[in-house]
Design a binder for this molecule. Structure first.
Ligand code: APR
Length: 320
């Protein structure tokens, strides 16, 4: 059987890490694409040269033209620019919206059957724009945010409690911003929901509140430390988990930015919700029941995403 093909649009910090992880996990052959000449080629060759050491078989190539992504099974998009000092949210939105239009055209022409995972920020608006620009089926275009936000939540809990990260499950829904919704009732340690852990005295409410706050600001914490860029290891690992679930039909239930058409009372928007990912892309949106507090948090988060989508429509009325 021919190997699967994974195309990475954007070969920066996250793109390079994605390529390396895809190789280590033998998910398929990898094409790195970027507008910067030499960067995707150099990173591809460098990773290929590591393959004899780690013992994985995969081809790596770099490209500056979209023809190279032809027939890709999975496409992961990180193309864009990060927010720089002095740049307004709308400036960033305008620049990356244009990038999504270009990438969308490339997908439409060369990889219309791919499962597409968008990582470019502001995530919920960019994945929405990418789906519109590409015209690909809505169940085949998703955004990566919830797996990362939940991983941060899980890591902070495991660290605080001194338990294995494997036994901590957590769910963070909503938009990928400070208004994200870490769901305490649906997060567990060894199967025990967090509110019960507080009752048992294993975790104080104050500590839990602090962890929730740290999770919400997790991206900013890394930016403040790195100074010249944003997180890339954990975002790449998160997108690879989603790609693997699709390629291997694992049917994992993961929080992803998914297209909602009435689910959770939201229409024509991408918002983070639990979805089942298998060989058909997003095979199911899991609608969990919220209590009043969760509902209010989710609504606030959706409103923030709506604001971004409205701004996109103003910048480029073709998206309206
Ligand atoms: N087409 C293809 N590639 C592009 C384009 C474009 N139109 N515009 C920019 N790029 C490339 C850049 O050349 C760069 O190599 O996208 C890459 C982005 O890489 P980095 O700047 O290293 O950013 P990275 O840390 O990988 O993050 C990418 O993910 O988490 C989000 O906020 C983050 O939006 C950012 C994205």
């Amino acid at each position: 059987m021919a190997r699967k093909k994974i195309a990475l649009i954007g070969s920066g910090q996250i793109g390079g890490t994605l390529a390396h992880l895809a190789g280590l996990k033998e998910l398929g052959d990898v094409v790195l694409f970027d507008i910067a000449e030499g960067v995707p080629q150099g990173k591809g060759l460098d990773i290929a040269e590591s393959s004899p050491v780690d013992g994985f078989d995969a081809k790596f190539s770099g490209a500056n033209s979209y023809e190279a992504i032809a027939g890709a099974d999975v496409v992961i998009v990180t193309a864009g620019v990060p927010r720089k000092p002095g740049m307004s949210r709308d400036d960033l939105l305008g620049i990356n919206l244009k990038v999504m239009e270009q990438v969308g055209q490339g997908l439409k022409q060369h990889a219309p059957n791919a499962f597409v995972i968008c990582i470019t920020n502001p995530l919920d608006a960019m994945v929405w724009a990418l789906q519109k620009a590409s015209g690909l089926p809505k169940n085949k275009v998703v955004g990566m945010a919830g797996v990362l936000d939940s991983a941060r939540f899980r890591y902070f809990l495991a660290e605080e409690l001194g338990v294995s990260v494997r036994d901590v499950h957590a769910m963070t829904l909503g938009g990928h911003g400070d208004d994200m919704v870490p769901l305490i009732r649906y997060s567990t340690v060894g199967g025990v929901p967090l509110p019960d852990l507080v009752k048992m005295g294993w975790l104080t409410q104050e500590k839990l509140d602090a962890i929730v706050e740290r999770t919400r600001k997790g991206g900013g914490e890394i930016v403040a430390l790195l100074k010249t860029g944003s997180a890339f290891y954990a975002p790449a690992a998160s997108a690879i988990a989603m790609a693997e679930s699709y390629l291997r039909d694992q049917k994992r239930v993961l929080p992803c930015a998914a297209y909602l058409n009435g689910e959770y009372g939201v229409k024509d928007m991408y918002v983070g919700v639990p979805v089942l990912i298998g060989e058909n892309g997003v095979e199911k949106v899991v609608e969990i029941a919220f209590d009043a507090g969760e509902k209010a948090m989710f609504a606030k988060s959706v409103a923030a995403v709506q604001g971004l989508v409205d701004a996109c429509k103003q910048i480029n009325p073709a998206f309206a």
